[in-house]
Design a protein. Structure first.
Length: 167
């Protein structure tokens, strides 16, 4: 599998089957924050994300938000509302923050999966850290200025790739 390929492509976080995570031996889900759990134009996760994370926790799987966002208080606040730990200022795709999150959560690389909405940050960080990756579609079409060029490249990488839950 290539450095830019995820194990799974799912339309939205809430469509990731928790039973599949359990059967794959996942003990911790590492979650990107912006446009994965929380829409970029909001500070609150949608109810379907909150419900999915509650289901993940009920299955005995822990969660940790791993975000490139430099606003540590906002990331920590969001993570707390999700019942999660947090690692902010992650500098993904560098793998170091993923390793920090794994240590913080007390899990090995093989027991974690990173869920994110960007190939060149989230998926690549997971690959470099030797962690499984699930790519989801961004919650909004709005992106930060520095993500826009990467989205153009991402479209070329993904091509006509199908995401589970899309028609």
């Amino acid at each position: 599998m290539g450095a830019l390929a995820a194990e799974r492509y799912v339309a939205r976080v809430a469509l990731i089957p928790v039973a599949d995570l359990v059967s794959a031996g996942v003990r911790c889900v590492l979650l990107d924050r912006d446009n994965t759990c929380v829409p970029l134009d909001s500070s609150q996760a949608p109810q379907e994300v909150l419900d999915w994370i509650a289901e993940v926790h009920a299955a005995g799987i822990s969660t940790c938000v791993v975000s490139n966002n430099i606003h540590v208080r906002e990331v920590t606040r969001s993570a707390r509302l999700l019942g999660s730990q947090a690692v902010a200022c992650a500098f993904k795709p560098a793998p170091f923050s993923v390793w920090v999150a794994l240590r913080k959560m007390g899990v090995s690389r093989g027991e974690a999966v990173l869920v994110g909405d960007q190939v060149f940050t989230d998926v690549l960080a997971a690959r470099l850290a030797d962690v499984r990756a699930i790519l989801v579609r961004p919650q909004t079409r709005r992106d930060l200025w520095y993500a826009r060029p990467l989205r153009l490249l991402e479209r070329r990488v993904l091509g006509a790739h199908r995401f589970e839950g899309e028609r």
